[in-house]
Design a protein. Structure first.
Length: 178
């Protein structure tokens, strides 16, 4: 979903997402998500774009549904994510040359080329940044058994529970048995 800078009135522009329109599908075609991550393109939330002295202020709250794979048991599960957006959008002009030093301290500034802001791309990037490193279907997920491959503690796994001792602690364990 692209918004032209000329379409933003002086008093600002409010965009509401009710969850019934496909907003993120074009952005999903251009930005690849990690393996095991699915993003529902139907989002809910509200954005406000307002012209300020620093540029175009883009603020809002978005709620999206993600389909993830558990890092322990590889089961699919859905999770809802809420993200807060707070950016200043500026247009790249010929007078303004962007280099590494200029952008390093401006983490909340987005530089665009042209006269359109792709809010779907900004939202998708923020959603992907909010992904957990090791998603879990539930906090106490036991994971898969390394011997039989079934879910640990389930009726399918009949393997005995054996404590694996770190080889660095073997000598200390022998001392404690004496």
């Amino acid at each position: 979903m692209k918004i032209r800078l000329d379409d933003i009135p002086e008093n600002g522009l409010e965009v509401t997402f009710s969850g019934d329109r496909n907003i993120l599908s074009q952005a999903l075609e251009h930005i690849s998500s990690p393996v095991g991550v699915g993003v529902d393109p139907f989002i809910k939330g509200r954005l406000i774009l307002r012209e300020t002295t620093e540029g175009i202020a883009l603020t809002g709250k978005i709620r999206a549904s993600l389909n993830l794979l558990c890092s322990r048991c590889v089961a699919e599960f859905n999770v809802a994510r809420n993200i807060d957006l707070n950016f200043v959008v500026n247009r790249l002009s010929q007078e303004k040359h962007v280099d590494q030093e200029t952008c390093s301290g401006e983490a909340d500034e987005i530089i665009i080329e042209g006269f359109e802001i792709d809010v779907a791309e900004i939202i998708l990037q923020e959603l992907l940044l909010e992904l957990p490193m090791n998603p879990l279907c539930r906090e106490d997920c036991p994971g898969l058994c390394p011997n039989c491959g079934a879910m640990r503690g389930s009726g399918d796994c009949k393997c005995p529970v054996e404590e694996v001792l770190d080889p660095r602690w073997e000598k200390l364990a022998k001392l404690s048995k004496k």
